[in-house]
Design a protein around this ligand. Sequence first.
Ligand SMILES: Nc1ncnc2c1ncn2[C@@H]1O[C@H](COP(=O)(O)OP(=O)(O)O)[C@@H](O)[C@H]1O
Ligand SMILES: [Mg+2]
Length: 330
Amino acid sequence: MTRHNPWKQRIKEFFSSWLVSPAELRSYGVLGMNARNIRYIAHYNDRTRYPVVDDKFKTKLAARKANIPVPELLATMDSQAGRKALLHTIEQCEKFVIKPARGSGGKGILVINGRDGDLYVKPSGVRVTTEDVLRHASNILSGLYSLGGKPDRVLVEAMIDFDPALADYSFEGVPDIRIIVFRGFPVMAMLRCSTHASDGKANLHQGAVGVGVDLASGRAIHAVRHGYRVDRHPDTEMPFDKLVVPDWSRVIRLAASCYEMTGLGYLGCDIVLDRKRGPLLLEANARPGLAIQIANGGGLRGRLKMIESLEPEQFEKNVEERVRYSQLIF
Ligand SMILES: Nc1ncnc2c1ncn2[C@@H]1O[C@H](COP(=O)(O)OP(=O)(O)O)[C@@H](O)[C@H]1O
Ligand SMILES: [Mg+2]
């Protein structure tokens, strides 16, 4: 029995009107799930380094050590005994985000961006009670959203006040920038824009729009939602063709510096742009998804091969040099 592979389905839809075989996909330079897992993740990611990225609390500690700025951590809770302290923290905050330390894909992330008396207001306007928030935290603790269902830790983060230059491109949520970094070289990027459906989260599986971004300039190339091409944001109706990610050179440098921080050869970095603090590392991922290729309308395979073919001394380049090189060749 063959397993349903949503990625192949998307690719079929993307290249619409005809069915594509794996061989044809390879000829487009598209990296598939098996090649990613075997040739890149298993080959270049040292398993002992996974905890640094699989646990967002550990990512924050490692980032602090590496002088990489991250969103402010307001509180953590690792047992039911911490309910009172959690309550105390959220009562003081107008806006905050509660997330599982070991979650992924936007699952279990509760974004609160306002208060209405005793109620907490989500970006969509839906109100939740204190009990709802505490129940959500308990669900996180029990491992409902964690990798492998293991008991987890609750993180409360300050809400990102994102760069106003992106305000028309994201609806009811903070956009983030995903950059794939291979052996320290940025190889592909996309901006992910929240929509009403994605409920304050910029993850594609939650319904956000993925906008491919040119590595050299930070300009939008191509945008997709649920695997289909879109020209405008579905809620704000803003066309993506004029979009340029602000502060692009700092964003891409921050992504490249995550190579030293994590020690992982094949890495996806999620970066947010804070109005005052600039680019911040939201999280890093050792098994980044492949949909970034759809958002860019092009495959990763050729780019990864180019990096693999570099002479050994090229891998001694520092962050600046690696970024300059990537911007030149991709
Ligand atoms: N501190 C925050 N402020 C505002 N939005 C956030 C914050 N943290 C996460 N988000 C939203 O949730 C999305 C997913 O967050 P992330 O930390 O990357 O978790 P996941 O591992 O589930 O992808 C982000 O892209 C962003 O839209
Ligand atoms: Mg993420």
